[in-house]
Design a protein around this ligand. Structure first.
Ligand SMILES: [Fe+2]
Ligand SMILES: [Fe+2]
Length: 268
C-alpha cells in the first residue's frame, strides 16, 4: 500500500519548534511521503521558514509542499521556498514530482491555487482591473494544475493545493467567505486531467471530506480540521501493469492505471 501523510496550515514560527518535532518525529515510519498543503509559516517571514526547515531536514521521508497565502504575506515567497528546498523539501508551484515506493509509483502535482468562489456564488473576470486580475490569477493557477497533473504517469496521482476546489470541505466556515477560500476552477482542472485524490488546507474551520463533480475525493487536511499531526491515506495498487510512458499518455490512455479505486482505501 502506498501511504500518504498529509497536513496543512502548520503556521510555523520560532515558538513551534518543539511542537513540530513531537508531531512529525515518527512520520517516516508511517508513510512513504509527507505532503504539506500550504501555510507553512505564520506570516511568510524567512526566520519562520528556517524554524520549519530545521524540523523537516532530518526526516527520512520525502516532504512535498505547496506554499499558502500566509507564506506570501511578507512578499518573500521565493526565499521561503528556497529555505525549504535547502532542507530537502520539494516545493511545487505548477509542477509535479514522482516518488517510487515499494507498493507503486506516486505522482504529486502542486499549486497554491486561489479564490473566486463556487457555482452560483463566484466572481467573474469582469469590471475593475483588480477584479479581473483576481479571477485571472485563479484561472492561471488552475490551468497550471491541469498541465502538471497531465504530465504524471504514475499508479497514484495526487493534486496538492492550498485553496479548496469544492464547497463541501469548507462547511463550518462562514459562507460569506467561501469565495476567499477556494474556487470551482481548481476542481474542473482536476476533473479534466484526472487524479486519485485532492489534498488542500486553508479552511481552518472546514470539513475533511469532499468530492469533485467528476468524482475525485477531496480532503481538507488543515491541522485544525484533522485534529492530529497529520492524516494518513493509503492506496492499494492491485493488478498493476507497467504505467504508460509519457509519450503515449493520452488522457484516455491513463485509464489503464489499475488503482484499486478513486477512494483512498485507508484513512488515518
Ligand atoms: Fe492557514
Ligand atoms: Fe491559508
Amino acid at each position: 500500500m502506498i501511504r500518504i501523510a498529509a497536513v496543512g496550515d502548520l503556521h510555523a514560527g520560532s515558538d513551534t519548534a518543539d511542537v513540530l518535532r513531537d508531531q512529525l518525529g515518527e512520520v517516516s515510519q508511517k508513510a512513504d511521503v509527507l505532503l504539506i498543503a500550504g501555510d507553512l509559516t505564520k506570516s511568510g517571514e524567512p526566520e519562520e521558514a528556517e524554524a520549519l526547515a530545521r524540523e523537516l531536514r532530518d526526516l527520512s521521508v520525502q516532504v512535498v509542499a505547496v506554499l499558502g497565502n500566509h507564506d506570501h504575506h511578507a512578499d518573500r515567497p521565493a526565499e521561503i521556498a528556497g529555505l525549504l528546498r535547502e532542507a530537502g523539501v520539494v516545493v511545487l508551484e505548477g509542477d509535479a514530482f514522482r516518488i517510487d515506493t515499494p507498493a507503486g509509483s506516486l505522482g504529486v502535482a502542486g499549486v497554491k491555487g486561489f479564490g473566486g468562489g463556487f457555482p452560483g456564488a463566484s466572481g467573474a473576470e469582469f469590471g475593475e482591473p483588480e477584479m479581473k486580475a483576481f479571477i485571472r490569477h485563479t484561472k492561471e493557477r488552475s490551468e497550471a494544475l491541469e498541465s502538471a497533473l497531465a504530465t504524471l504517469v504514475t499508479d497514484v496521482r495526487i493534486a496538492l493545493l492550498h485553496y479548496a476546489p469544492v464547497r463541501e470541505t469548507l462547511l463550518g466556515e462562514p459562507p460569506e467567505i467561501f469565495p476567499f477560500l477556494g474556487s470551482y476552477l481548481l476542481a474542473e482542472a482536476v476533473d479534466r486531467s484526472g487524479a486519485d485524490l485532492v489534498i488542500h488546507g486553508h479552511a481552518h474551520r472546514g470539513t475533511e471530506h469532499g468530492v469533485t463533480p467528476g468524482g475525485v475525493n477531496v480532503r481538507n487536511v488543515a491541522q485544525t480540521v484533522i485534529r492530529q499531526a497529520y492524516a494518513i491515506y493509503g492506496f492499494d495498487v492491485i493488478g498493476r501493469t507497467e504505467p504508460a510512458t509519457a509519450g503515449r499518455g493520452s488522457r484516455e490512455g491513463r485509464g489503464s492505471r489499475d488503482v484499486a479505486s478513486a477512494a483512498p482505501v485507508s484513512e488515518r
